[in-house]
Design a protein around this ligand. Structure first.
Ligand code: PLP
Length: 282
């Protein structure tokens, strides 16, 4: 397997990360996960813009321009002959003697990217999944896509241990987002999802779905809602790059709506499918 390590494409086995890489020691880094459908990279510019934003928010200087990074990721996708799957790209603040403050003088950010074949989760999309509720114990900059994912790891593990697909987080009863997804609910034909502020990651799929809603004349309220509202919703679904749109039909012991994927969720799934089909033929 070929991966991208800074400027070079190298076999994965030959890639070495230093023990004092700040991503490894402090979680001092950022990342993106990007979908590839039929060899075409989906929403690449949007993901790169978000990566740049994450970099700026943690004062990490990108070692290359977004245009150069784009070219490298496209080349990586070609070189690995990826058809259906994902690109993972991460940047850390670099390698320096362990000290919490930024290295002074600054060192070069370390870039790693690799691709991985991954099927679309069609079964979960068709049948819907279970979720569990967990306390959102994260920090107050969830808008930054950092590799510091321990609270998300613990949340997802709770889901797994309970036979659920995702953990839906809430802060004092206000629904924020999933452990690795955004959460939407439908009530009386209107969609609701947490506003894009410091308490959630503004998902690229979330933004894409909101765009689809406007094209389909579906109303979306980007406003907070409670766990109670969620449990009484007509439909609930999660969105993410890897999941796309997955209906949630049960949360803890509560059935959502009719206990099967709802009509608005399915309408959005169909529109999403259509866009992917179009991308593949472009
Ligand atoms: N929220 C969190 C915490 C995530 O980790 C992710 C993605 O992994 C998302 C939301 C969904 O974001 P996107 O649609 O950009 O994949």
């Amino acid at each position: 397997d070929i991966i991208l390590l800074n400027e070079s494409y190298v076999p994965r086995q030959e890639a070495k990360i230093d023990i004092e890489d700040r991503g490894y020691q402090f979680g001092d880094g950022i990342y993106e996960v990007i979908r590839v459908y039929g060899g075409r990279v989906f929403l690449l510019s949007e993901h790169l813009q978000r990566l740049k934003r994450s970099a700026d928010e943690i004062q990490l200087a990108l070692p290359l321009s977004l245009d150069e990074l784009k070219q490298r990721l496209l080349e990586l996708t070609d070189r690995t002959k990826l058809d259906e799957g994902i690109i993972y790209v991460q940047l850390t603040r670099g390698v320096a003697p362990r000290y919490h403050g930024f290295p002074d003088p600054a060192v070069k950010a370390q870039l790693v990217a690799y691709t991985k074949p991954m099927d679309r989760p069609l079964t979960q999309q068709q049948q819907g999944v279970k979720a569990v509720l967990v306390n959102d114990i994260r920090w107050l900059r969830c808008d930054i896509k950092t590799v510091n994912l321990l609270p998300n790891v613990l949340a997802k593990q709770k889901a797994t241990e309970n036979g659920a697909f995702e953990a839906i987080q809430h802060r004092n009863g206000t629904v924020t987002e999933g452990s690795s997804s955004n959460v939407f609910m439908v009530k009386k034909g209107v969609l609701h999802t947490h506003p894009p502020n410091n308490l959630i990651l503004n998902g690229i799929t979330r933004q894409y779905v909101i765009q689809l809603c406007s094209e389909l004349n579906l109303r979306v309220h980007e406003q907070t809602f409670s766990v109670n509202d969620l449990l009484q919703a007509d439909e609930v679904f999660i969105t993410s790059t890897t999941s796309e749109i997955i209906p949630v039909i049960q949360i803890d012991k509560d059935t959502i709506g009719e206990g099967r994927p709802g009509p608005i969720t399915q309408q959005l799934q169909q529109a999403f499918d259509q866009r992917i089909a179009e991308l593949k033929t472009k």
